[in-house]
Design a binder for this molecule. Structure first.
Ligand SMILES: Cc1cc2nc3c(=O)[nH]c(=O)nc-3n(C[C@H](O)[C@H](O)[C@H](O)COP(=O)(O)O)c2cc1C
Ligand code: SF4
Ligand code: SF4
Length: 279
């Protein structure tokens, strides 16, 4: 059996779940989804999985573009697990629509509640010491269902979420490219370049040993939370300041705010192109 899981992950929650599900499947190749990456592994796979966080009640743009480029074996069992904290929105509908254009569909979808981890906006919640083991436990259960090729009706967006998406999420999506204008480094930066290597969007270059953000950011937070020196801070960019809503008023990364990443996932895990999980 050939199992492949395509995983986009900024703070490691989705990657951790991918690993646990791969183990339940009896082994799988986990491919790190990054901007511009292509893969032919799904063309003859028996099981194809998509693991990613929910962003703005939908699939992150990088994952969407990757899935659109992918060729998938029409006979494969296809599943998606989306990690989130509060609102999964329409992410399963989005992925299902992409797959249907390829002549297949989502056979199984589950939303997996994890630690909410947008460091520039809030403290990680619910408490990682409770949530990380709980999410692991649920990921293993999901893994057993996937291994049994269980089919389900994936969680759909609620009527309220559909109604509010335009009003509440579109303003953020419209200024998304301005997000990285908020990042800057402190003197703690040692020019190691890890932020540049870990960015799934190829959005960070180095100039005179300091990171430069090139406005192709989708706000995954990987650079912030994996910087070994905690040298990246954030000030609300002008475009977000102008939105002036309950979320943008909280934006900003004071030195004292916790930078959460999943404790089981290292920077090296996310930088690697792929990982083979053996049985
Ligand atoms: C840019 C951004 C947008 C997010 N949007 C949502 C959202 O719409 N709904 C939600 O429940 N969680 C949202 N979250 C929380 C993440 O989905 C959650 O923390 C997820 O587990 C992160 O996965 P990762 O660790 O694999 O990157 C968002 C996080 C980020 C960084
Ligand atoms: S990871 Fe941190 S220390 Fe290394 S170059 Fe980036 S900002 Fe500087
Ligand atoms: S610049 Fe940082 S926050 Fe933006 S996509 Fe890259 S790693 Fe993620």
């Amino acid at each position: 059996m050939k199992n492949v899981i395509f995983c986009f992950s900024g703070t490691g929650n989705s990657r951790r779940a991918a690993r646990l599900i791969a183990a339940q499947l009896g082994g799988a190749t986990i491919v790190s989804v990054k901007e511009g990456v292509c893969s032919d592994l799904a063309e003859d796979a028996d099981t194809v999985g998509f693991l990613c966080p929910v962003y703005e009640w939908d699939v992150p743009e990088t994952m969407k573009r990757f899935a659109q480029r992918l060729r998938v074996n029409k006979k494969a069992y296809v599943f998606m697990v989306a990690t989130y904290v509060a609102v999964h929105g329409r992410c399963f509908e989005t992925m299902d629509a992409i797959l249907r254009e390829k002549g297949t569909r989502l056979h199984y979808g589950k939303a997996l509640r994890c630690v909410g981890s947008q460091s520039v906006a809030y403290e990680p919640f619910p408490a990682p010491r409770v949530m990380v083991p709980y999410a692991d436990w649920r990921a293993e259960r999901i893994g057993r269902e996937v291994a049994a090729k269980r089919q389900n009706r994936y969680p759909a967006a609620s009527i309220l979420t559909k109604k509010l998406h335009e009003k509440m999420m579109m303003p953020f999506i419209a200024v998304q490219h301005e997000y990285d204008k908020g990042f800057y480094t402190t003197d703690q930066c040692v020019g190691c370049g890890l932020c540049s290597r870990i960015c799934p969007c190829g959005n960070i270059s180095l100039s005179e040993g300091r990171p430069v953000w090139n406005h192709g950011c989708i706000g995954c937070n990987a650079c912030v939370v994996y910087c070994p020196k905690k040298a990246i801070l954030f000030q609300t960019p002008e475009a977000y300041r102008q939105l002036d809503n309950v979320i943008t008023r909280r934006l900003g990364l004071p030195d004292r705010r916790t930078r959460y990443h999943n404790p089981h996932i290292t920077a090296r895990d996310l930088i690697a192109e792929c990982e083979v999980v053996e049985h």
